[in-house]
Design a protein. Structure first.
Length: 316
């Protein structure tokens, strides 16, 4: 759940960074586009471009920016300067059509881990469990978010950026909803219905403002920090209250603490090792077992609630 908070801050510089403000970079891109991206030169570019690159949306202009980025990086290193960022990102060595190979693969593996755990949930937990529909919905919301994270790290466009951000916001709001159902909703369904409507209204207003008014990175960061704190405090308070009565709750507590601790990796922002592995990618990789642990908690908790509801039914 810390993911979208960190992404929001990282993208605040996307409108301009040291590298793409350099005259040498701008001149290089301008000359490259004039030389290669019109008329017969453009037809030649398209004829020799691999099909997987064109299907992924890589254009002649994108190739010019990529090549000129490395020209600029080479000049910086030759003159003893630090590696600059371009459009809010470190320079990454493209692999096939993957713009950020390590982060894209890590996002895919997070999604795969979530899918595997969802399948285990399906096979282990009967549909009659009180939390079954909410947990399954959360799993699908998470899978959708990791899909768009993979797409965004594969090719950064205005659309893929917005989908990555919006889907990440949906995950954390659904995590708050999941917590509300678990802590309040099983005893007070009406409260949950009202809270669900409130969260949907908040999400609609958030997405509408960022899509129709302007994509304000500062507002997005503030909003995500606020809902992230609500999520963390609510889950952690419930875990502390129930850890002795329900031993499996310690898994949830570990997830909350690990996610907050691992998010500190983003503060170690550094140029990528071998132009592939940066702090963001390492963070994505490190969250894979954390998601497995959280789904394990959801499975254990759902089975506990099922057993509790069956025992109560027998007593009645």
């Amino acid at each position: 759940t810390a993911r979208l908070v960190l992404l929001a801050g990282a993208a605040a510089l996307a409108s301009g960074s040291q590298g793409d403000r350099e005259p040498v970079y701008r001149d290089c891109v301008h000359r490259c586009e004039e030389r290669n991206c019109s008329g017969g030169a453009l037809r030649h570019f398209r004829s020799r471009q691999p099909i997987y690159m064109s299907l992924a949306g890589w254009t002649c202009q994108d190739d010019c920016k990529y090549e000129c980025m490395w020209v600029t990086v080479g000049l910086y290193l030759k003159e003893g300067h630090k590696v600059p960022q371009f459009h809010g990102k470190w320079p990454f060595s493209r692999f096939l059509f993957f713009q950020e190979p390590a982060s894209a693969m890590a996002s895919f593996l997070n999604g795969l881990a979530s899918l595997v755990m969802l399948c285990r949930y399906y096979t282990s937990v009967p549909a009659s469990s009180p939390m079954y529909p909410t947990c399954v919905a959360f799993a699908w919301v998470s899978l959708n978010a990791w899909f768009w994270s993979t797409v965004f790290h594969t090719k950064d466009t205005d659309l893929t950026e917005k989908m990555d951000y919006f889907c990440a916001s949906t995950v954390i709001l659904h995590s708050i909803y999941l917590c509300c159902v678990r802590t309040v909703g099983l005893q007070h369904p009406a409260v949950v219905s009202a809270f669900r409507a409130l969260l949907l209204l908040m999400l609609t207003a958030h997405v509408s403002y960022l899509s129709l008014v302007r994509f304000d990175y500062g507002y997005n960061l503030a909003a995500n920090v606020a809902i992230g704190l609500v999520n963390v405090v609510w889950w952690l308070a419930w875990c502390l209250r129930n850890q002795h009565r329900l031993p499996h709750v310690r898994k949830c507590m570990a997830v909350v603490l690990l996610l907050q601790g691992l998010s500190l990796l983003e503060l170690l922002d550094f140029p990528p090792f071998f132009w592939v592995l940066d702090a963001h990618a390492i963070w994505h990789i490190s969250t894979i077992p954390v998601h497995v642990l959280f789904f394990s908690f959801l499975k254990d908790d759902s089975l506990y609630l099922l057993k509790e509801s069956e025992a109560k039914f027998k007593l009645d």
